[in-house]
Design a protein around this ligand. Structure first.
Ligand code: SAM
Length: 337
């Protein structure tokens, strides 16, 4: 069956040798510096810089060399407690809004693929169409490649890449997907523009992000409220928008995508099995993952606070009538070319 909304085209992966990688793109001060450098260059009348993403990528790359640092900071990190949560994800529980539009043979890029469980589901559905998962963390890319090795997954590959400067040539893929990624970026619109660059004219974008402020739970617990406030504070300091779900349609439109279809969906944790899994995961995350490191570094919580939050998740797990609902917004859109 072909998707009537988004027709397919055949294509294969091709690297753009001049594409540059840098996560510096997002920060406001970097953006200002980049614009200033570009203006200076124009004043001097120098030749255009090479690279499919043009002068900005090149300039950002130069700045990253000078600074020797990554500006974007991923809040969760890849501690085992985080990966337990991410590995639970499937195309069915995390990308249902996209599935009716997928057709075998399509080419798909999964940006910020993490451990790759959703990516592998796409590969299963689209085979023999090639599926590529990219993530800025080479450790998680190595883990995904070993969990889904090429000998068993001939149409699936993983690579370490930064969404701000993908290595793919212009207009390469039929579908570009990102799940729970844009909320972590300092410049989601720049990322969406880069995703559009590598998508063929008429190709499909599928993005889904949580909106933390729209999470709800019962029973109430002041330490879970505190957890939510601290999470907001950490992501704010990282220059990210953890209530990203509500802004997704605006970001997508600003990046030049058209024909938006916006929907929302939830994950609901209520059964005893769900509660044990969700509470156990977060009881560990608040103590051992990057959340804990950053909470302490930013001095928004003490070790005792983190222990108290872990206990609050365990209290929630055992409470009569316990419920946790996570709200997500999802957007499908088309590259007008
Ligand atoms: C919340 S995880 C989502 C993983 C996967 N999409 C899923 O839903 O299971 C976000 C992922 O985005 C990756 N990421 C963050 N910034 C990135 C960037 N600039 N370029 C590519 N990946 C990035 C992180 O390393 C992390 O693996």
């Amino acid at each position: 069956m072909r998707s009537s909304y988004y027709p397919t085209s055949s294509c294969s992966w091709a690297d753009s040798s001049s594409a540059r990688r840098s996560s510096l793109e997002g920060h406001a001060w970097v953006a200002q510096l980049v614009e200033q450098l570009i203006r200076n260059e124009q004043v001097r009348g120098s030749n255009p810089l090479p690279g499919s993403t043009g002068r900005r990528s090149r300039v950002r790359f130069e700045i990253s060399l000078v600074c020797g640092m990554d500006v974007d900071r991923y809040t969760h990190g890849h501690h085992d407690s985080v990966l337990r949560g991410h590995r639970w994800r499937t195309a069915d529980n995390s990308a249902a809004y996209l599935l009716p539009h997928l057709v075998p043979g399509q080419t798909l890029l999964d940006v910020g693929c993490g451990p790759g469980t959703i990516t592998a589901d796409f590969a299963r559905r689209l085979a023999p169409g090639p599926v590529l998962g990219v993530d800025r963390s080479s450790d998680i890319v190595d883990a995904a490649s070993s969990d889904f090795p090429p000998e068993h997954w001939p149409s699936l590959r993983f690579r370490a890449e930064d969404v701000y400067a993908l290595s793919l040539s212009d207009e390469t893929v039929d579908v570009v997907h990102a799940h729970q990624v844009l909320q972590h970026l300092t410049d989601p619109v720049a990322a969406l523009r880069e995703m559009r660059r590598v998508t063929r004219a008429g190709g499909l974008l599928a993005v889904r992000d949580a909106d933390y402020a729209a999470f709800l739970w019962a029973p109430r617990d002041p330490w879970l409220d505190r957890w939510m406030r601290i999470y907001h504070e950490i992501t704010r300091r990282n220059g990210a928008e953890c209530d990203g779900g509500r802004f997704l349609p605006a970001w997508v439109a600003r990046a030049g995508w058209s024909d938006l279809r916006v929907s929302s969906s939830t994950w609901t944790f209520q059964t005893s099995e769900d509660r044990e899994w969700w509470a156990g995961q977060w009881a560990d995350r608040v103590r051992y993952s990057s959340f804990a490191d950053q909470a302490l570094e930013y001095e928004v919580a003490t070790v005792a606070d983190l222990e108290e939050m872990a206990r609050a998740f365990r209290r929630w797990q055992d409470a009569p009538g316990a419920l946790f609902v996570l709200t997500h917004v999802e957007v499908l859109a088309r590259n007008p070319g």
